[in-house]
Design a protein around this ligand. Structure first.
Ligand SMILES: [Fe+2]
Length: 516
């Protein structure tokens, strides 16, 4: 009996062809798997000029305990080729998928050619995975004219379909930057439409609020079964970071939002960060203390230097009661910081030594600090979970930007569930601009509040706001950076139209956003 599990020679996104996958009677006899073990897809990330990390996780029953896998290591073969039919093999090997790490596989592939597109796949017991594609970075010091990357994140599964991901995949970017909230730890008990009326969510997470490692793993499995998300991983490599919802809303270092004892919260954080590692194509591993720190620096030829700080793991607790609040003394207290000393040194050194045309800072929470007071409000209101809760740290960051050789600095952010185009001001001068990407689905088709027009009126450095779902595609050239704010008409219906809501640009040597 022949069982066809995926359509053979299925063309994925114009050019990427999935290998034929047919379970023949003979192959089945050789298998220890009852189900396709690669149902969570494949991914690549953390590209360097000579390599990248490729990822998969064996899970024949992804929503069951331990992914339906035996409690023993499983050998996985991997291949990297320059052609999608795997005739020109550039590298291959074997890796153990360990039950301790949910049978995830992270292969750090090296000694490849720069600026070269590769195809990769895994095999287990002769069964091939789907095929992914990833491009190595340009050689160090090489003259590169252009790079395009999508800023994606905030993808609450229950809030909608991942249509924006398929659009991002079709745009064929060089890479994707994930700014966090790959999973959400909370269920939405009362999903609502634009009018605030109840709706049936398009789908549900399969377990209640996660506390254990196993619960977090199932959250990722719920998410990674999505075909649009798998497509976005298949077309290019990603640089992944986490924000708060990979653990819990608005956590900060060892503090959770309920003020539980930190010595208890760190157990939950350890489980959550391990699960993040197990499901991301990243090089950083959990330490013995249960920390996972992704901060790293990447040069894209001489065109751009990308600095990826970690704004969640080391920060002080949010001041003034967290969330959207008026100013208070704790916001200005000595030591109220977003990064730790080691990261500040790393960031300063990264900027000081950069000779690239652009310095780009993809990170998690908004650097711009707008006054969010509602109409008629008597005092400024700030988002204490963003850099707005850490004004001295924000000034420190802007001082680093102001000293950047050439002055070309761009920040790319998520978290707000709202598109923004911001200028970042230090002593009345624009020292950088910030593209804030909305969310793939989070908030569904609703806006967080109806304060956008008011915020634009009260904050001259906020140039544009939009409350739709989507992502930002940024194109960087020596002449300038352009952010294309792609938005989806609705996330509650499948395959809704995606279009550009606006394009904002900043020219090299001329700080300040202009409409493109
Ligand atoms: Fe989010």
């Amino acid at each position: 009996m022949t069982q066809l599990l995926t359509p053979s020679r299925r063309t994925l996104l114009g050019g990427l062809v999935a290998a034929p996958f047919v379970l023949t009677g003979r192959a089945r006899a050789q298998l220890s798997f009852s189900e396709f073990p690669f149902s969570l897809g494949v991914a690549a990330g953390d590209m360097t000029p000579d390599g990248f990390v490729i990822w998969t996780r064996l899970a024949q029953q992804p929503l069951e305990p331990n992914g339906g896998m035996p409690m023993k290591p499983v050998t996985v073969d991997w291949e990297v080729a320059t052609d999608e039919d795997f005739r020109q093999i550039a590298a291959k090997g074997q890796e153990q998928a360990w039950p301790e790490l949910a049978h995830s596989v992270h292969v750090d592939v090296a000694k490849l050619k720069p600026a070269t597109r590769y195809f990769y796949r895994f095999k287990c017991d002769g069964l091939p995975s789907m095929v992914g594609s990833v491009t190595t970075l340009p050689a160090p010091g090489s003259m590169v004219d252009k790079v395009r990357f999508a800023a994606v994140g905030c993808q609450h599964l229950e809030h909608g379909w991942y249509t924006a991901y398929r659009d991002a995949a079709r745009q064929n970017p060089d890479f994707m930057f994930h700014y966090g909230d790959y999973i959400y730890e909370y269920h939405d008990p009362w999903p609502r439409d634009r009018e605030g009326l109840p709706i049936t969510p398009v789908r549900r997470y399969s377990r209640p609020t996660p506390m254990s490692l196993e619960d977090y793993r199932v959250r990722y499995a719920d998410t990674k079964l999505d075909g649009d998300l798998q497509a976005a991983h298949a077309v290019c490599g990603w640089y992944c970071t986490y924000d708060d919802h990979e653990v819990e809303n608005n956590w900060a270092s060892i503090y959770d939002q309920e003020n539980d004892p930190p010595e208890m919260f760190v157990y939950r954080r350890r489980a959550a960060l391990q699960a993040w590692y197990e499901h991301m194509p990243v090089r950083c591993k959990p330490t013995a203390d249960g920390l996972v720190d992704f901060h790293r620096r990447v040069d894209y030829g001489t065109l751009a230097r990308f600095h990826y700080p970690n704004t969640r793991l080391y920060r002080s607790d949010q001041p003034c009661g967290d969330n959207f609040k008026p100013d208070c003394a704790a916001r200005h207290a000595p030591g109220q910081d977003m990064l730790n000393a080691a990261q500040w040194t790393w960031l300063e050194e990264g900027f000081r030594s950069s000779r690239n045309a652009w310095n780009i800072v993809p990170q998690q929470v908004m650097v711009c600090i707008p006054d969010r007071r509602e109409k008629g409000g008597s005092q400024p209101i700030y988002n204490m979970d963003s850099w707005g809760g850490y004004p001295a740290a924000q000034q420190h960051l802007l001082e680093i930007f102001a000293k950047a050789p050439g002055g070309n600095v761009l920040v790319v952010t998520g978290d707000e569930h709202r598109n923004y185009a911001n200028d970042l001001i230090l002593r009345d001068k624009v020292v950088a601009s910030e593209f804030v990407s909305t969310s793939i689905t989070s908030n569904g088709d609703r806006a967080d509040d109806d304060n956008s027009a008011n915020m634009l009126a009260n904050n001259s450095f906020v140039k544009w706001i939009n409350d739709q779902r989507g992502y930002v595609m940024t194109e960087v050239t020596r002449e300038g950076c352009t952010g294309d704010y792609r938005t989806v008409e609705t996330v509650t219906k499948r395959d809704a139209p995606v279009a550009s809501a606006a394009k904002w640009a900043v020219a090299a040597g001329k700080p300040g956003l202009v409409k493109a």
